[in-house]
Design a protein around this ligand. Structure first.
Ligand code: SF4
Ligand code: SF4
Length: 444
């Protein structure tokens, strides 16, 4: 299986904006904190309606090992705990907080110097602070460290920006370089790894020169420059392109001795140790043709999308389509009163709807999708097998290896909705596998 980025490249462009200084927005009157904004079990609310909460106070308890705690991003009063539209699609239980504007800190917050050299204590703190993968994947970081401890030699820091048109990682690396390097040291210690690779795409020149001048003298952290190509930030691509190690189909980074963390995740880990502050804020890129000018902003998690666009100067043209995330993997949203979550690295507002459905034709068997797929898959066949509900074929052709990166759909002259088909194909295969398992158990 080839894991490098073959064929036509999607250039990893940056928005036409200086990534720093990022803009800190005025805070909204109400914040909407989804209790499910990570991979895994939703958090369980641990506050009640009417209760006073403080900035950084835990309001949702992690449920199980693959889950993440949720914290109040401001001080104020819990107005409601109810189902609300979620940036991950559908609705989920959400704690709605009325901001009192006082920014009163939770009395529980304090620095944690004991975590500097104690891996168990650090993992517990990371879990307590609700830190998740901030490149968009939102996998709980404590669970990732736990699953890989003692099995790896290399920690890779993903500074490759997960999608074209975003500059959130770039801004984070420039504005929080010291915290980033502290976070890398902490992650190395927690994972028991020998060395770290800080992987940055070549179009982020300022970050490369700033960070290369600050690397630790002991050589434990190396900076590696990568071509600016999408999907460079995919975990398997990044591991292959930095270490040459290939992960087998269905395998994990730990199988090849690696763990990958987004640069903002490393910063969040450092912040948890330095001040005890949980994950309540992140960088977010505002771009797209409806904005007069793209911007990188610092937002509190839970801030409604509408407030962010208005506070950042509003639209130049009324948007016809709003996407949370990047242009390739982001999700269209139809309401703007939902709060951004821990994985919201961008808001794209498009002046045109971009609907391609009327131009769809049948597959012309050009093979472009096969040539371009970074996972070496055959999207044209997977599309066919999904339509035919041929679950065994979907398995044989490794649909679960699909990153949902959108490269195949981007270059498809027939305008086929290939990513949606991959998602559907995975759901169909999962259902078939469950039914097979149940059938075999019944036979036993
Ligand atoms: S790129 Fe589109 S038209 Fe070409 S083979 Fe793939 S699915 Fe068919
Ligand atoms: S969406 Fe999946 S099938 Fe399409 S190019 Fe990306 S990895 Fe390949």
């Amino acid at each position: 299986m080839k894991l490098h980025i073959p064929g036509v490249r999607i250039k990893h462009t940056l928005p036409d904006v200086a990534p720093v200084p990022s803009l800190t927005l005025p805070l909204p009157e109400k914040l909407y904190m989804p209790l499910s904004m990570h991979i895994g079990a939703p958090a369980a609310p641990c506050v009640s309606v009417g209760e006073q909460v403080y900035k950084g106070q835990k309001i949702g308890e992690a449920r199980g090992a693959i889950s993440a705690a949720v914290h109040a991003p401001v001080s104020g009063t819990v107005l409601a705990i109810e189902q609300w539209p979620s940036a991950r699609g559908g609705e989920c239980e959400t704690v709605i907080i009325e901001n009192d504007g006082l920014e009163t800190l939770s009395p529980d917050l304090c620095p944690h110097p004991e975590c500097e050299n104690d891996a168990d204590a650090l993992v517990a703190l990371v879990r307590e602070c609700g830190i998740v993968g901030m490149g968009g994947a939102t996998f709980p970081t404590a669970a990732k460290i736990d699953s890989a401890r003692g099995k790896m030699d290399t920690v890779i820091l993903n500074g490759a920006e997960c999608e074209p048109g975003l500059a959130s990682d770039y801004a984070a690396m420039l504005e929080r370089s010291d915290a980033l390097l502290h976070g890398i040291r902490l992650l190395l210690m927690a994972c028991g790894a020998k060395s770290a690779i800080l992987a940055i795409e070549e179009n982020k020149g300022e970050a490369i020169s700033l960070l290369s001048g600050k690397l630790p003298a002991d050589g434990s952290v190396k900076l590696q420059t990568l071509p600016s190509l999408y999907p460079q930030g995919g975990e398997k691509q990044l591991i292959y392109n930095t270490t040459g190690r290939e992960i087998r189909s269905g395998g994990l980074p730990a199988d090849v001795g690696c763990a990958v963390f987004n640069v903002e995740t490393a910063i969040a880990v450092a912040e948890a140790v330095e001040s005890g502050m949980p994950l309540i804020e992140r960088y977010c890129t505002l771009s797209g043709s409806a904005f007069a000018q793209p911007k990188v902003v610092r937002v509190r998690i839970g801030t409604p999308v509408r407030h962010i666009s208005e506070a950042a100067g509003g639209y130049e043209t009324a948007p016809k389509k709003i996407i949370l995330g990047g242009p390739m993997m982001g999700m269209s949203v139809y309401r703007t009163d939902m709060g951004v979550n821990k994985g919201s690295n961008g808001i794209l507002a498009m002046a045109e709807s971009g609907s391609e459905s009327e131009r769809q034709t049948s597959c012309i068997r050009c093979g472009r999708c096969v040539e371009n797929c970074p996972m070496g898959l055959m999207p044209n066949y997977l599309n066919l097998f999904t339509r035919k509900n041929a679950a065994e074929k979907l398995q044989e052709y490794h649909v679960f290896d699909c990153l949902e990166c959108g490269v195949c759909a981007y270059g498809c002259p027939a305008r086929l909705p290939l990513v949606q088909q991959m998602k559907l194909g995975k759901a169909r295969l999962r259902a078939w596998q469950n039914a097979e398992k149940a059938r075999k158990e019944a036979q036993k």
